[in-house]
Design a protein around this ligand. Structure first.
Ligand SMILES: O=P(O)(O)O[C@@H]1[C@@H](OP(=O)(O)O)[C@H](OP(=O)(O)O)[C@H](O)[C@H](OP(=O)(O)O)[C@H]1OP(=O)(O)O
Ligand SMILES: Nc1ncnc2c1ncn2[C@@H]1O[C@H](COP(=O)(O)OP(=O)(O)O)[C@@H](O)[C@H]1O
Ligand SMILES: [Mg+2]
Ligand SMILES: [Mg+2]
Length: 343
């Protein structure tokens, strides 16, 4: 498991990508055919020319899946890579997987559905078996509000949640609405929010977030600017509920020299490796990232606050090589099991 640090998250500075034409390249023997079903946004951000060229040189080809035609009439594919909005696709891919168990589906819809719910997403993370790792992985105290937020005041008190609370839509569905988050400072202000939602204790973390990107066995960690700490005075004086802007979309590069080294220091590698190993086994996912924050004032107490399926890998420098290596690993494994598509 390789953990590498990418500091700068600024817009990728790669120069002009010179597209090699297939004719000018000794076409590699086809090793892997990947059918993909992605939103146009994801196709643009992930399937960049540099990735396609690098993959083609290694005998890996990407074929767009026609969502208006039966999936089983397309292909044949060694891998189906997908991230679409809505649940219709869920059944299509489930049926396909039943019919073609030898095809690697990245990732199984059932595993994806689990992290599309912000309650089940973090369930069971507090008791991960990370005994041999330095550091501790926690999950903020949270509760789910399904119906009326006006009666949630005493629910919050009963649950022992401390303000401020981060209010998050319970379901993640890829829409901007499912990323509309609020910071609530008191019970009364909760009535302004629209259920179903998760209320999660805000954890002071020095304004820096760690995004831990996972591609199979490879881990890449980047820093992002996050919300500032909430002072005790603020906790006492401030009332109301406030929407805050998306952190992920502000992929602003975080130059660690501007930060307190104790805040900026990356989570310890053995802890990340242990966490990712546990999550891969429990979630059954290979393409995901984890949003982690360090508890303010601690050195090695971390909170997992979000897990995302197939995030914006295109923002990681040389993500292309990481994915080509990952796909070649899949091809090798399939070859050893005699599962490659007959060509
Ligand atoms: O588009 P990007 O690059 O901002 O990627 C989004 C992710 O940002 P990140 O890569 O973690 O900084 C983003 O991560 P966050 O939830 O913002 O932490 C989501 O994974 C988002 O997918 P969805 O809207 O939850 O289905 C991702 O959106 P999609 O690219 O999947 O549409
Ligand atoms: N419990 C929390 N404590 C402190 N900051 C939080 C907490 N939950 C979310 N945040 C901040 O809000 C941002 C977005 O929350 P997140 O759960 O990652 O939602 P999304 O899926 O929209 O990215 C996080 O990246 C972090 O900056
Ligand atoms: Mg997030
Ligand atoms: Mg998220």
């Amino acid at each position: 498991m390789r953990v590498e640090e990418e500091d700068n998250m600024g817009p990728r500075g790669d120069g002009e990508v010179v597209l090699d034409t297939a004719s000018s390249q000794q076409q590699q023997q086809e090793k892997l055919v990947i059918g993909y079903a992605l939103t146009s946004k994801k196709k643009h951000s992930f399937l960049q020319p540099k990735l396609e060229v690098l993959a083609r040189k290694k005998g890996i080809s990407f074929v767009s899946i026609d969502q208006d035609k039966p999936l089983s009439e397309q292909g044949p594919f060694d891998v189906v890579l997908h991230k679409l909005l809505g649940n219709e696709w869920h059944d299509v891919i489930q049926d396909y997987q039943q019919k073609y168990p030898e095809v690697t589906v990245l990732d199984p819809p059932g595993a994806i559905q689990r992290i599309y719910n912000r309650q089940s997403m973090l369930q069971g993370l507090a008791d991960l078996n990370l005994a041999e790792c330095d550091g501790m992985i926690c999950v903020p105290k949270q509760m789910v509000v399904l119906q009326d937020t006006t009666s949630s005041a005493n629910e919050v008190a009963k649950a022992g949640l401390k303000f401020p609370l981060v209010a998050k839509p319970l379901l993640v569905d890829g829409t901007a609405k499912s990323h509309q988050l609020f910071l609530a400072y008191d019970c009364l202000s909760l009535a302004e929010l629209e259920p179903p939602l998760v209320l999660q204790e805000f954890v002071n973390h020095g304004g820096v977030l760690f995004k831990v990107f996972v591609v199979g066995d490879v881990i890449r960690v980047v820093r992002r600017f996050s919300l500032p700490d909430v002072s005790n005075v603020e906790k006492e004086k401030v009332a109301g509920v406030f929407q805050f802007p998306r952190v992920s979309s502000s992929a602003a590069s975080v130059n660690k020299t501007d930060l307190d080294p104790r805040v900026a220091e990356l989570p310890p590698k053995p802890l990340l490796e242990g966490l990712v190993r546990e999550l891969r086994n429990r979630l059954g996912l290979r393409l995901f990232n984890i949003d982690m924050i360090r508890e303010h004032g601690s050195q090695d107490v971390f909170y997992v606050i979000d897990i995302n399926y197939f995030p914006g890998y295109g923002k990681i420098p040389d993500y292309e090589q990481v994915f080509v290596d990952f796909f070649l690993g899949l091809a090798q494994a399939k070859h050893e099991k005699g599962l490659c598509v007959k060509r």
